[in-house]
Design a protein around this ligand. Structure first.
Ligand code: C5P
Length: 400
């Protein structure tokens, strides 16, 4: 990983998590990034500008009205200098001001005046984070193109437990690294399956599941961004083909998905993000089944082939990544699937509690034979980029 010659503007607003941003500057400097820190007035009550100056090796700016600093590098030059702006911590007040396009201090002015992608790492008490006013500001900021990093769920400085913890410095660093479009899959073929499968009962009914396909589509997009030649096998979803995806094959049933994946299996990596139906009706009625008064309907179901397991049974097969959506005992089920399906990696997530199938956000834990990493709650796009970074690393470690 490197951020050599990358120019990162770190905005620090007033919150106790500002102490973690000192560590973040260190982590960014470890990767040779150029870091300039801009603090809000409130932030200086938590950490001294001198601390950030010593860590970044650059003068720290707070005020818009600093004649000396403006003479050295004016705020517009600073806005143009930045390739990425990361605000960490982003307080409720700062989010409100940004959402409304205010420019009442140096940091908000820079965010407005810069064309650089804006990353926000919120940190606040869980009650504040849950407030509808804060959530409305977040929705507005997302609409304006800002990328949210976190917050995570956990212990808070105020003693509460809940959502509102700032992501850890190394997680923010990884997000910035990924944002520069890692080309870690350049030259590799990646096959991704996504979405649900529909198993027909008759011409109007089917057995399906709640997968929206969004996670798999985000994974396909992130793999393409990382330089891979991507084939996407999609179950019935209403999603546009992501930018950069070379080929899309639309299927409906698990059997069709099985055939489409095997036909495209000359790939270096297969990521099975589809929620494949485990069973299908053994007889598909050619005509619509009629209702019989008081009667019961019995459907006989047969097991579908396991796509991942059929791939792993082949002697030369791609690096295999599975997904495990579970409602409980996530870790033990995921690790069990990793072993018995013969996978190289599995991405596990807890379904429910606002996460999983139909949600915009997700959180994953990745497991491989001798390791694991947690990817905390964030947008599916951001999560997909991080997943891809880990897949690339494991691929290189075991096959590269
Ligand atoms: O066993 P379970 O269905 O929970 O495993 C989920 C993982 O297995 C996903 O990666 C999914 O795409 C894959 N799978 C498969 N073929 C099936 C069922 C699941 O490849 N028939």
């Amino acid at each position: 990983m490197s951020l050599a010659q990358r120019r990162i503007l770190l905005g620090v607003s007033g919150g106790i998590a500002a102490y973690k941003s000192c560590e973040l500057v260190r982590r960014l400097r470890d990767l040779d990034a150029e870091v300039r820190v801009v603090m809000t007035e409130g932030a200086t009550h938590f950490v001294s500008p001198t601390t950030f100056q010593a860590l970044s090796g650059q003068a720290v700016r707070v005020s818009l009205w600093d004649a000396q600093a403006e003479a050295a590098m004016g705020h517009i030059e600073l806005a143009r200098w930045a390739e990425r702006i990361l605000v960490a911590p982003a307080s409720a007040d700062l989010l409100a001001r940004l959402a409304h396009g205010m420019a009442d201090d140096l940091l908000t002015t820079l965010c407005l005046a810069s064309a650089a992608p804006l990353y926000l790492a919120p940190a606040m008490n869980q009650q504040m984070w849950a407030h509808p006013a804060v959530q409305a500001n977040i929705a507005t900021l997302r609409q304006h193109g800002a990328q949210l990093l976190g917050p995570a769920v956990g212990d808070q400085a105020c003693g509460d437990v809940g959502s509102g913890r700032m992501l850890e410095p190394h997680e923010l660093r990884d997000a910035l690294v990924a944002s520069f479009g890692d080309r870690s899959l350049a030259g590799l073929k990646v096959l991704v399956s996504a979405g649900p499968t529909y198993e027909d009962i008759d011409p109007v009914r089917f057995i399906g599941n709640r997968s929206s396909g969004r996670m798999g589509f985000a994974v396909a997009e992130a793999a393409a961004q990382a330089g891979a030649e991507v084939t996407l096998v999609a179950g019935p979803v209403s999603l546009a083909t992501p930018a950069g995806v070379a080929q899309r094959v639309d299927v409906r049933s698990a059997a069709q998905m099985h055939a489409a994946v095997l036909a495209a299996a000359q790939a270096d990596i297969y990521i099975g993000a589809a929620a494949v139906g485990d069973y299908r009706p053994l007889e598909v009625s050619a005509q619509k089944l009629k209702k019989h008064d008081g009667g019961e309907l019995t459907l006989r179901l047969g097991e579908n082939p396991d796509i991942l397991a059929s791939l792993s049974a082949q002697t030369a097969h791609p690096f295999l990544v599975g997904f495990a959506a579970e409602t409980h005992d996530v870790a033990s089920y995921a690790q069990g699937k990793l072993r018995h399906k013969g996978l190289d990696m599995i991405a596990a997530n807890q379904v429910g509690g606002g996460l999983g199938f139909e949600a915009a956000d997700n959180a994953l834990t990745l497991y491989w034979a001798d390791g694991a990493v947690e990817l905390p709650r964030t947008s599916k796009a951001e999560l997909a980029r991080r997943l891809i970074a880990h897949v690339a690393e494991r691929y290189r470690a075991t096959r590269g």
